[in-house]
Design a protein around this ligand. Structure first.
Ligand SMILES: *[C@@H]1O[C@H](CO)[C@@H](O)[C@H](O)[C@H]1NC(C)=O
Ligand SMILES: *[C@@H]1O[C@H](CO)[C@@H](O)[C@H](O)[C@H]1NC(C)=O
Ligand SMILES: *[C@@H]1O[C@H](CO)[C@@H](O)[C@H](O)[C@H]1NC(C)=O
Ligand SMILES: *[C@@H]1O[C@H](CO)[C@@H](O)[C@H](O)[C@H]1NC(C)=O
Ligand SMILES: *[C@@H]1O[C@H](CO)[C@@H](O)[C@H](O)[C@H]1NC(C)=O
Ligand SMILES: *[C@@H]1O[C@H](CO)[C@@H](O)[C@H](O)[C@H]1NC(C)=O
Ligand SMILES: *[C@@H]1O[C@H](CO)[C@@H](O)[C@H](O)[C@H]1NC(C)=O
Length: 745
């Protein structure tokens, strides 16, 4: 009945793929290099993106190995202006010091060391600021037990340039603590327990350039806290507890501020007035805050801004013109924000942008148009590798694989690319062969034959699925990133994915008491399970198109909750129940055979027979399990929030799932006794005909002869084979063997 439908489907999809690939080969980009290629500096050569930064000089002028590190923004600026300068200065200072190591500051406490005019009292268990000569320039009190900084403690050290107070237990800082430090340029207060900074606390620090207050507990700052910091360049307040910034302009008293790091606070809002006077700011880091609302004008005064880091916040939408004034921005990080939609022209103003991070952002409306104005963009980071196809001119795009596919190929690994064909061929031909052969096997039971054909059709669907995946892999060879998103959204992917699910759902083995109506029911359920996700785009979103192989196996957090619940119910609920039923029914079948065997007289043979039967049953249940257990495990793991690499998904889809489908023809037909006998008979007839051709014709043996020998029971009681006695083909042969043995004795 169905052998032909299967074959035609196969043919249909094959031609569909081929036609598609023919018509689709006329798309190219008008840019200097084709899509997926990057230019080799100032020469006309174009190379594929994967050769970028691979450690080899592919261009010939090393242009492909330039600019590999993404060190735009903060690190670049910092290197340029600070560390190098300061490092060199320090080196010369150090050279000077090695010549004059002796102390120039008079007497110092025993816990401290002194070099020139620098006093170091680190890890000395000090509970108070020691008293030393007033002409020192550096005082280091790191890792002590200071609890508070009281008024005027440093007042006499008017020449002090650097003051190190990290890793103490400072809780309270007097409003007058830093009075008189007119020459201070660097103040380190990291890793203390400061909760509050009074207004005017830094009022005398006119020359302060660096103020480092990381890892404290500061929960609010007043508009006048930073009063007096006329020279401040770097303000580092990472890992505090700031919930809000003052309504007044933050930089009002810090007109030279260049670096501002507010990472790891609890800031909710950035108002339009906050950064209004920060016109010299070059780096603004607000990563790991709780920012949910941004004002259209929040960053409009930051015309010098080079790096803006808003990663890991709660931003849901970006005002359309928020980046309008950021003409100097070279690095923007918006990663891990729950941004729902990015405007097509959102980045249009960022003409100097070199690095753009959009990790962890689902971009349903992604378009090439978004990134086209960013001519100087060299690094881009996405959530999904297939988005890279929308920024083809960017030299470095990450991630470049999802474990299944790479930028070049639908199936990243060469082994998978080959084996998808091998497994598909074995599965398809094995099953088609069996479907075609079935009518010639005079089966003992019509129902059994139908259920085997049904099983073969189901398995054949798996073969077709792999064939289509292989065909599309071939079609997109070398330029997959151009098509990835379209492919995953395409109806082909949806259909082929539902074929695979249909196949795994109806791959139940022919078994005892399976009636036509049960078979029909199984297929109906299979169709429903496979095609329901296609019915409601809103609820399931892109259920099948989450990866290149269109198999809805690994669930992500961002998947719609509808499709997540659905796949859990299907894979864990329905399949687990079916699996338990299978185990149970084979268990009970074995038990009943065991019981009848005990009653039989032949004790010598029955243990051996039982062993055979047990092995066979185990094998059947095991192959059933092969089909489902990997899915159970993966689903369970993903429910437990374990990250499942895409590589595992693709191996499961290409090897583990089809094993069942490839083995079923062997298990249910090709290795069974009736089939062997039939082949034997055909061969025997052929030999007979050849040898008889010379002697004249004689009526050849019909296969029924062997049949009668094989299944004497049928001859004796043909009416007994009612559905209630129908058994699995594999155990059928064992049972009939024993019947035969019994009838012989
Ligand atoms: C490309 O630039 C390099 C220096 O950056 C220069 O030496 C070379 O002549 C240029 N080549 C062309 C074809 O302009
Ligand atoms: C610093 O002051 C101490 C006394 O407090 C004095 O002995 C020393 O000479 C002074 N050093 C310099 C370089 O002025
Ligand atoms: C420190 O500041 C005072 C007052 O501003 C100034 O007179 C003095 O020269 C400065 N000392 C150094 C070492 O710069
Ligand atoms: C800030 O806090 C985060 C997480 O709490 C931690 O991983 C990071 O090391 C801290 N940063 C610094 C500079 O201590
Ligand atoms: C700041 O935003 C408010 C409303 O959000 C607006 O009324 C005000 O004019 C804005 N101020 C500036 C300077 O843009
Ligand atoms: C952007 O922010 C994310 C999240 O904090 C971080 O993992 C990533 O490295 C950042 N990207 C760049 C280019 O710094
Ligand atoms: C791109 O960068 C180059 C050099 O880094 C610069 O000369 C050019 O002006 C930049 N293009 C734009 C549009 O900013």
């Amino acid at each position: 009945m169905t052998p032909n439908c299967c074959f035609y489907m196969f043919l249909l999809i094959g031609t569909m793929v081929i036609c598609d690939s023919l018509e689709d080969h006329v798309s190219g980009a008008g840019t200097r290099c084709p899509v997926g290629y990057f230019p080799c500096g100032n020469i006309t050569k174009c190379l594929p993106q994967q050769l970028h930064c691979n450690g080899e000089d592919n261009c010939g002028n090393r242009a492909d190995e330039d600019n590999c590190e993404d060190n735009n923004g903060w690190s670049l600026q910092f290197d340029k202006h600070y560390t190098k300068d300061k490092y060199n200065k320090l080196k010369s200072l150090f050279a000077f010091q090695t010549k004059t190591p002796e102390c120039l500051a008079g007497d110092v406490p025993a816990e401290c060391t002194c070099q020139g005019l620098e006093v170091f009292c680190d890890a000395a268990k000090l509970r108070a600021v020691p008293s030393v000569s007033s002409n020192i320039t550096i005082m280091s009190l790191q890792k002590n037990l200071l609890r508070k900084l009281s008024a005027d403690v440093f007042k006499k050290y008017q020449d002090l340039k650097n003051l190190y107070l990290q890793n103490n237990k400072i809780r309270a800082v007097s409003e007058r603590a830093f009075k008189g430090l007119y020459n201070l340029t660097k103040l380190y207060l990291s890793n203390n327990k400061i909760t509050n900074l009074e207004p005017f606390v830094f009022a005398d620090l006119h020359r302060l350039e660096w103020l480092i207050i990381e890892n404290n507990r500061i929960n609010r700052i007043y508009p006048l806290t930073f009063y007096g910091l006329k020279s401040l360049i770097l303000l580092e307040m990472m890992n505090n507890s700031l919930a809000r910034l003052p309504d007044k302009p933050l930089c009002q008293y810090m007109p030279r501020l260049k670096w501002l790091d507010l990472e790891g606070n609890h800031i909710h809002h950035v108002k339009n007035a906050t950064f209004i006077s920060c016109s010299t700011l070059t780096v603004l880091v607000m990563r790991r805050n709780k920012i949910s609302s941004l004002n259209e004008n929040s960053f409009s005064s930051l015309q010098m801004l080079d790096e803006l880091d808003l990663a890991s916040n709660k931003i849901e939408s970006l005002p359309p013109y928020i980046f309008k004034e950021l003409k100097e921005l070279s690095q923007l990080n918006l990663s891990y924000n729950p941004i729902k939609k990015i405007q097509i022209d959102q980045f249009d103003f960022l003409i100097k942008l070199k690095s753009l991070s959009l990790e962890g952002i689902e971009m349903a409306n992604i378009q090439r148009r978004m990134f086209r104005p960013l001519r100087n963009l060299s690094h881009i980071y996405f959530k999904k590798f297939q988005y890279c196809g929308y920024a083809p001119h960017v030299r470095s795009c990450k991630p470049n694989t999802d474990g299944i596919s790479s930028l070049e190929n639908l199936l990243a690994s060469i082994i998978q690319r080959v084996f998808v064909w091998v497994v598909s061929a074995i599965t398809c031909f094995g099953n088609i062969f069996v479907i075609c052969m079935r009518p010639y096997i005079r089966s003992e039971n019509k129902l059994h034959a139908i259920s085997i054909v049904s099983l073969c059709c189901a398995d054949c669907l798996m073969g077709i699925y792999l064939f289509v995946i292989g065909a599309f892999d071939l079609k997109y060879r070398g330029e997959y990133n151009k098509h990835a998103q379209l492919w995953m959204d395409s109806i082909h992917c949806q259909l082929v994915g539902s074929l695979a699910i249909l196949s795994t759902e109806v791959c139940l083995k022919p078994r005892k008491c399976r009636t036509i109506s049960i078979l029909v029911l199984i297929w109906i359920i299979g169709f429903a399970v496979a095609f329901i996700p296609l019915s409601n785009k809103e609820f399931f979103r892109n259920y099948y198109g989450t990866n290149g192989v269109c198999f809805p196996l690994h669930s992500e957090q961002s998947e719609s909750s509808g499709s997540q619940i659905y796949s859990v119910v299907i894979f864990l609920g329905v399949n687990l129940a079916a699996f338990i039923i299978i185990v149970f029914s084979y268990g009970s079948m074995f038990y009943s055979v065991h019981q009848t065997a005990i009653m039989a007289t032949e004790i010598r043979n029955h243990i051996k027979k039982e062993m055979i039967l047990a092995k066979r049953f185990f094998f059947i249940v095991f192959t059933d399990a092969l089909c489902w257990i990997p899915i159970f495990i993966l689903k369970l793991l993903s429910l437990l929030q374990v990250e499942i690499p895409g590589t595992i998904t693709s191996w499961v889809v290409i090897f583990i799932l089809p094993i069942n489908s490839a083995l079923n023809p062997l298990l249910y037909t090709l290795t069974t006794r009736p089939f062997k006998e039939m082949i034997h008979q055909v061969w025997y007839n052929y030999r007979q005909r050849r040898s008889k051709r010379g002697r004249g014709s004689q009526k050849p043996y019909g296969p029924s002869f062997i049949w009668v020998e094989m299944w004497p029971m049928h001859e004796i009681t043909p009416k007994v084979t009612k559905p209630g006695l129908c058994t699995d083909s594999s155990d059928a042969s064992v049972t009939t063997q024993s019947t035969r043995l019994n009838s012989y004795t």
